[in-house]
Design a protein around this ligand. Structure first.
Ligand code: C5P
Length: 297
């Protein structure tokens, strides 16, 4: 028997970052939007836990015990006093280490898939608790749609989205380490007073209205200077997307994927084409938001 779960990528339309906390994490006001780029995780009963991965960036995904989806399977098994003996296959389409929560998505999908395969019937609350332990972005991958994440990003309040937003995502060569980007944020902001992170009213209104122009004007990523400092070439990608007709562009989360908000699907295809031809990114593709969270297919 096997179960397959489809799970979306995310873009942060606002990532407001506060000062580092004593535990090393940063308090956030993190406005997550799920986008229609998906990984699919299939779990099948097996003699022992093993992970395989297929897709364009598959060779960059660790298949050992550190794999976040494998950790999710082990966590659920432990909580229910059983062995995590499954073959976990990841059909990967979300950029790896790209700032689009691909690893978090796989973890949320593995939890939902194992829960269905084993009939453990964990409550939504228990699943969300396990997600939060696995990583700050994992709860959002479970719920999808749009949400404000506070704390380190794991405490979610669902947000209303009043329409479809169209995006172009430009993948960079190689990933960026999230802890390294936060460390660079700390270095760049050292000695400056960092205000407590809050969600922007104009941004929440733009989301609720489905107003792409207003959302474009409000897109904010406090990690962008740090990502640009570690990967200066992203400035050229951002410029290329804007020149090609995007309403706005920003680094997605900790990067290095860049996200461009476009007014409609046709403009998206044109901007993606121009980005691919610009030589400033590895590839570019379109996607729409919002998208549903982890779902059994
Ligand atoms: O929660 P997650 O494991 O995804 O976080 C990865 C790393 O990103 C953390 O170890 C930390 O360095 C950084 N981080 C942070 N503040 C957050 C979320 C992540 O400093 N709110």
């Amino acid at each position: 028997m096997s179960v397959t779960v489809r799970v979306p990528a995310k873009v942060n339309v606002q990532l407001a970052v506060g000062a580092a906390r004593p535990d090393g994490f940063h308090d956030l006001a993190n406005v997550f939007l799920a986008v229609g780029l998906y990984d699919e995780v299939t779990v099948t009963e097996a003699d022992a836990l093993r992970v395989t991965c297929a897709g364009p960036d598959a060779e960059q995904v660790p298949l050992d015990a550190t794999n976040l989806a494998a950790r999710a399977a082990r966590m659920l098994a432990e909580r229910h006093g059983r062995r995590p003996d499954v073959h976990l296959h990841i059909a990967k389409d979300i950029p790896v280490a790209g700032g689009m929560a691909g690893g978090s998505a796989d973890a949320a999908a593995a939890l939902v898939a194992c829960d269905a395969l084993w009939g453990t019937r964990a409550s939504r609350e228990d699943l969300l608790g396990s997600c939060a332990e696995l990583g700050s972005d994992v709860p959002f991958s479970l719920v999808g749609g749009a949400a404000l994440g506070t704390g380190r990003g794991e405490r979610l309040t669902p947000l209303e989205v009043g329409g479809t937003f169209h995006w172009v995502f430009a993948a960079a060569d190689g990933g960026l380490s999230t802890p390294a980007v936060y460390r660079e944020f700390d270095r760049l902001t050292e000695g400056t007073g960092i205000p407590a992170p809050v969600a922007r009213d104009d941004l929440l209104t733009a989301l609720a209205k489905g107003d792409a122009h207003a959302l474009a004007a409000a897109l904010t990523n406090d990690l962008q200077p740090a990502a640009l400092s570690l990967r200066p070439s992203l400035a050229a990608t951002l410029a290329a997307g804007r020149t090609a007709g995007a309403l706005a562009g920003l680094v997605s989360g900790s990067g290095p994927t860049t996200a461009f908000l476009v007014p409609d699907e046709e403009t998206g295809e044109r901007v993606a084409q121009a980005l691919r031809a610009s030589g400033t990114c590895r590839t570019a593709r379109t996607a729409a938001s919002p998208a549903a969270g982890a779902t059994v297919v």
